[in-house]
Design a protein around this ligand. Structure first.
Ligand SMILES: *Cc1c(COP(=O)(O)O)cnc(C)c1O
Length: 449
């Protein structure tokens, strides 16, 4: 195993065996015996160590990572500040439970969240272990604050895998199938998904948005709605960017009707989309914002941040959990946040976004299976179709990912129809390495007949 003093990992893709190599193949077999078959594998190697945008596997192959652990490693693999903070914290203490004996790291992460999230109003935060747990807590807070029960979510939305968040998630397979019954009082509304939305030929204000507001009024009753929960760019749903005006329209409706607007920025947060948070793009201010993934470079941590009067409306000990805001995870978060701010990774995300969109648009001109290129900043996707139609093309996606895997490029899929290639590179990726990955994707598209 990797134990000697740390050597820098060359930021280059380099294969010395087929993928998977013999050691990975052996471990995949062992895994098959020991681990539940329900857990998937996007890339069939076992990791030995990693740095920046490169994963070195147990056979010595250097894999280019364009998924960043699902938008978690915005600061790259094994970032120095994260490693050093974590080591130092482990040598001091690893656990007390914040509600038993508090520690500074928790308070500092909350201060950072209050400072970095949109809006200049007085904010407070609470920390949890996962995105799903934080979403559950945001809903608990909104219900208690409003004394209402209905939760409004959207088509193509993804909010997690716990019972309430499964109910809030749109897609049946693989997330929900057979796992019901689901939590009640969750209502799903249409989404302004421009590529697949006839109504979107008109401005959103007069089409999908008005349809949604009408349905909320007529089918639920605005006065019964505790919260509207939406991802400002839908992640698992396929990097769907709601039409301009859709999010501000929802925020305005919430304000007029005493509804808590909750932005699920679990995937879009921490510089990913070219702003610290995706809500900043249309200058919307959520009442509560949920963060996770990019917050702590892989240590389990999530946050709910919002208006102090909402966050303080819960009775004493109404929120909590044994591990939420674990000191080691908080130390990692403080390291990650330091890098994101100091290196201005949001600005880096815009530069990456320009490289990605230029390359992907050029590919869309060459390959008729690309229906749409979309996203923002370093969160870009292509939707694959059967040429000459709008029909989703998941078979092409499988073939493309297989090709990229064989060349040592890790790319993730997404989308309600299983036909979206999503690119989520670490925000510290070197430009040459990014272009190398894009050239492999181009070859993969060219190989599809
Ligand atoms: C990943 C994700 C979640 C769930 O987070 P977990 O940490 O996996 O529970 C919720 N919302 C969005 C938008 C996500 O991308």
């Amino acid at each position: 195993m990797y134990s000697e003093a740390r050597k820098p990992v060359t930021q280059k893709r380099n294969l010395i065996t087929a993928i998977p190599g013999p050691k990975s193949a052996e471990l995949i077999k062992r895994r098959g015996e020991a681990v539940s078959a329900s857990l998937g594998t996007a890339f069939p190697v076992f990791i030995d160590h990693s740095e920046g945008a490169i994963i070195v596997d147990v056979d010595g192959n250097s894999i280019l990572d364009l998924g960043a652990g699902i938008a978690v490693l915005n600061v790259g693999h094994s970032a120095k500040e994260v490693r050093e903070n974590v080591k130092q914290q482990i040598d001091s203490f690893t656990h007390t439970c914040f509600m038993v004996v508090p520690y500074t790291g928790y308070v500092e992460v909350c201060e950072a969240l209050n400072r970095l999230t949109p809006g200049t109003h007085k904010k407070k935060s609470a920390l949890f272990n996962s995105g799903a747990e934080a979403i559950e807590n945001a809903v608990k807070i909104a219900r208690k604050f409003t004394k209402r029960s209905a939760v409004v979510v959207f088509e193509h939305g993804y909010h997690g895998r716990t019972n309430l968040t499964m109910a809030m998630t749109a897609k049946n397979m693989p997330y929900k199938n057979g796992f019901g019954p689901f939590a009640p009082e969750v209502y799903r509304m249409p989404l302004a998904y421009a590529y697949r939305c006839d109504a979107c030929t008109k401005p959103c204000e007069s089409s999908v948005l008005s349809m949604v507001l009408h349905k909320i009024e007529k089918e639920i009753g605005a006065s019964n709605v505790a919260c509207i929960v939406i991802e400002p760019i839908l992640g698992e749903g396929g990097f769907i960017v709601p039409c301009k005006g859709f999010l501000p329209g929802l925020v305005k409706f919430c304000k007029e009707n005493g509804i808590v607007f909750i932005a699920d920025e679990v995937q879009t947060g921490f510089g990913r989309t070219g702003n610290m948070f995706a809500c900043e793009d249309e200058s919307i201010t959520p009442d509560l914002i949920v963060t996770a993934k990019g917050i702590a470079a892989g240590m389990p941590l999530a946050g709910v941040t919002g208006r102090a009067e909402i966050m303080d409306s819960i009775h004493l000990s109404g929120l909590g959990g044994t591990y939420g805001g674990n000191p080691v995870a908080c130390a990692a978060a403080l390291g990650a946040i330091e890098i994101i701010e100091r290196e201005n990774l949001a600005e880096r995300a815009n530069k990456i976004g320009k490289i990605l969109t230029d390359a992907l648009n050029a590919m869309a001109k060459k390959y008729s299976i690309i229906g749409e290129v979309r996203g923002r900043g370093a969160m870009q996707a292509i939707e694959l179709i059967k040429p000459g139609t709008m029909d989703p093309n998941p078979e092409a996606l499988t073939a493309i990912l297989k090709y990229c895997t064989s060349k040592g490029v890790l790319i993730l899929s997404a989308g309600t129809y299983g036909n979206v290639i999503r690119l989520l590179p670490p925000l510290v990726i070197e430009e040459d390495l990014l272009r190398d990955g894009l050239s492999v994707l181009d070859e993969a598209l060219a190989s599809i007949k």
